[in-house]
Unconditional design. Structure first.
Length: 77
């Protein structure tokens, strides 16, 4: 989902005094249950970010989202 889109990722590293809060911006290459991989086009750097530190993500455009595990067809109560 959202692969190839530019995202701004806000993360908090509570145990770090130097990097308590950090913002990453780049193109989403891949994502899993516990990680996000982005690349920074300006520097060519790739980041593997663990979602345990994730606060939230913003996108410049529309978000492509399907609820995982086939729950998108779940009937409401």
């Amino acid at each position: 989902m959202n692969r190839g889109k530019v995202a701004t990722i806000y993360m908090t590293f509570e145990a770090s005094k130097e990097w308590n809060s950090k913002i990453f911006r780049g193109v989403i290459e891949a994502a899993g249950r516990d990680h996000i991989i982005i690349s920074d086009n300006k520097t060519g750097t790739r980041y593997l970010l663990l979602t345990i530190y994730l606060d939230y993500i913003t996108f410049d455009g529309e978000i492509q989202y399907d609820y995982p595990y086939s729950m998108s067809t779940y009937s409401p109560r």
